[in-house]
Write a protein that binds this ligand. Structure first.
Ligand SMILES: C[S@@+](CC[C@H](N)C(=O)[O-])C[C@H]1O[C@@H](n2cnc3c(N)ncnc32)[C@H](O)[C@@H]1O
Length: 429
């Protein structure tokens, strides 16, 4: 069994939740912090990473020790030994430190330089790739070919004497006994990084892009699909598919029975254009596309036809997305519209999704008129047979920041509309 560190993206809560859902069936999660998650199991890190939207790097852990000063140049050299065996030309190697102090970063920088001098005497001409922040981006790792050559040091909250494969290590009592400062250090080598070129292509490379529709970033679509626990054999529907980001990511994840519907014929035409391109670029299956209003979907598809719905229905009108001024009555109007749309989705969804099936839905959070307003009337969805699935991350990471109703929120600095991510299960009747 191997131990891996999954390095989280910009929104640690979302990244952790996605990892917990995706990794729990495959092994044991032994630690979660705001920077990384430690997992023990047999996996293919490259394949798993390509399906995760919220993880930027995976390192295979080789050591767990008490103090950073326990990590020596010889240990580092030992970790790089197979890469050093047949070096041709300059040997590039690097280091990243997660959860450490400025002094820790300096210490590793000095060690890296001392390793370079040692290699020179062998003689192996080497370059140590590092930066002031002490963290190399996925771009830097990929551009400098640092897979298996980037040392990753991570400061955890578990003391090193606890075995990393002991799931009981994650109880809150051991965590509080350990305390942040008592936490040990993990050392490993990067084995996979997020493919930024592929994401760029899947986002900006699509032929039909329509900013006014409110486009979901492909990484977020992946997170949502993972939270819904969709499987390759499932029948999936996005009833507000727009240009088709969710459908696209489902197809790229290997799903073959995917439906996208939208009331706007122009959106379906854009989606069609995007899927022609996707098929020729990535060899994906073709999805089923149709122009339908959400209100009529229960008449268009058989009862319980779908295993899951994953969707982002509404992010506010274009004038909000383009940040123009909004009045109190504009906002009341928007909230009324939102409420009608989501009520229809939950009503129709209940008939379309199999009992026990999932619905992952993004709600808009309006950050306007000096306040933050959540949307949707959750108790009315519960009343018709939906059950909200609470995020699981607090079990591993109790300090997680969630919305007042305990859900995950995704936003970027200065965004007028943030996104609340929710997962629901249709209860058996
Ligand atoms: C936020 S966009 C979806 C964007 C999509 N997730 C993407 O990334 O490309 C919402 C879509 O919902 C559609 N829509 C709005 N009201 C609808 C309704 N009543 N029934 C079906 N689709 C609707 C709009 O035409 C729009 O394309």
């Amino acid at each position: 069994m191997s131990t891996y560190a999954f390095i989280l993206g910009r929104n640690p809560e979302l990244s952790l939740e996605e990892l917990i859902v995706a990794l729990s069936p495959l092994g044991a999660i032994t630690e979660a912090t705001e920077r990384f998650l430690i997992f023990k199991g047999e996996i293919s890190p490259v394949v798993i990473l390509s399906r995760l939207g919220g993880t930027v790097k995976v390192a295979e852990i080789q050591e767990h020790f008490e103090q950073l000063s326990d990590f020596t140049r010889d240990r580092w050299l030992h970790m790089l030994r197979s890469e050093l065996r047949d070096v041709k030309g300059k040997f590039l190697y690097g280091a990243s430190v997660y959860g450490g102090s400025a002094a820790d970063i300096k210490e590793i920088y000095a060690l890296g330089i001392s390793l370079k001098k040692y290699l020179k005497a062998l003689p192996i001409s080497a370059r140590f790739v590092s930066n002031r922040e002490g963290i190399l981006s996925s771009v830097a790792v990929q551009k400098n070919n640092l897979i298996n050559r980037e040392l990753v040091l991570l400061h955890g909250t578990q003391p090193a004497r606890l075995r990393v494969d002991d799931p009981s290590a994650m109880t809150s009592s051991t965590r509080s006994r350990a305390g942040v400062n008592a936490g040990g250090w993990y050392a490993g080598l990067t084995v996979a990084v997020q493919d930024f070129d592929a994401y760029g292509l899947r986002d900006y490379g699509r032929p039909a892009r329509n900013m006014l529709r409110g486009m979901l970033p492909p990484k977020l679509a992946q997170v949502l699909l993972n939270l819904a626990e969709v499987r390759a054999s499932h029948r999936l529907l996005d009833p507000f598919c727009g240009g088709g980001t969710i459908v696209q990511e489902a197809l790229l994840a290997g799903m073959t029975h995917v439906w996208g519907t939208d009331k706007d014929p122009a959106a379906i035409a854009e989606a069609g254009e995007n899927f022609d391109w996707l098929q020729s670029s990535f060899g994906t299956h073709r999805p089923n596309l149709a122009v339908h209003d959400v209100h009529e979907l229960d008449r268009r598809y058989d009862r319980h036809f779908f295993d899951a719905i994953v969707t982002e229905p509404f992010l506010g009108p274009p004038r909000l997305l383009t940040r123009r001024k909004l009045t109190q009555s504009d906002l009341a109007d928007i909230q009324r519209q939102t409420s009608v749309l989501y009520n229809a989705l939950f009503r129709v969804g209940r008939s379309l999704v199999k009992p026990g099936g999932a619905m992952a839905v993004i709600f808009p959070v309006f950050r306007v008129l000096d306040s933050e307003r959540l949307s949707g009337n959750f108790s009315s969805y519960v009343a018709i047979g939906w059950q909200l699935v609470p995020p699981r991350l607090t079990q591993y990471y109790p300090q997680a920041r969630l919305s007042p109703r305990g859900t995950l929120v995704y936003s970027r600095e200065g965004q007028v509309v943030a996104r609340e991510l929710t997962v629901w299960r249709s209860l058996p009747r």
